[in-house]
Write a protein that binds this ligand. Sequence first.
Ligand SMILES: [Mg+2]
Length: 211
Amino acid sequence: MGHKTLDDAAIEFKVEDYPELLYTDQGRYEAAVSGAAKQVLHEHGLTLEGILFQPHEGVAVYVGGVSFDDDLRQVGFDLRARVDSALEGCDRLVPRRGIDEQCEEWNALAREKGFHPRDLTPERVAGMLALIHSEVSEALEALREEQLDLSFEGGSKPVGLISELADVVIRCGNLAHAMKRAGLVDTTLQEAIDEKHAFNKDRPRKHGKAF
Ligand SMILES: [Mg+2]
């Protein structure tokens, strides 16, 4: 015999089971889980007390009307199957791509558009770094013009500070992949980010500086 608590009555879904959904179409994912939870719990004679969505953590479905004999594992299994079926055929969903895959794609497009000469010399890398600077300057200008959010110039060209930040990221990723491709470095951008983030976690407050 045990003491029933709210935690006992929670069916947990782990985010990693649906990574591509949570990162590209969370609204549809949440709607699918909510709809499936209501149906499945009703079929088992249970009530839905609430759903907690925690990005990067998981999803907890809180269930009411549970007796000690109820097999919550079976309810969880049914719920997962129903969510899978609710999400089947969602053509807006695309697998979440890692940073390195995106860098490769940006670099391939840059080459297709004729931006990269055959040899990636240090002077060429310097030029690409200067172009990253130029995007930061454009972000600053957008801030001065109070254009922070995404809008479309002439109906199609994305502009705004957030769009300039995207330019910075794309240019950095393009350069990282170009250097890896040319054999100038062995490390991918994802590997470098993982190393730096791990290092930053152990640094002191404000990294030991005044600001
Ligand atoms: Mg720009």
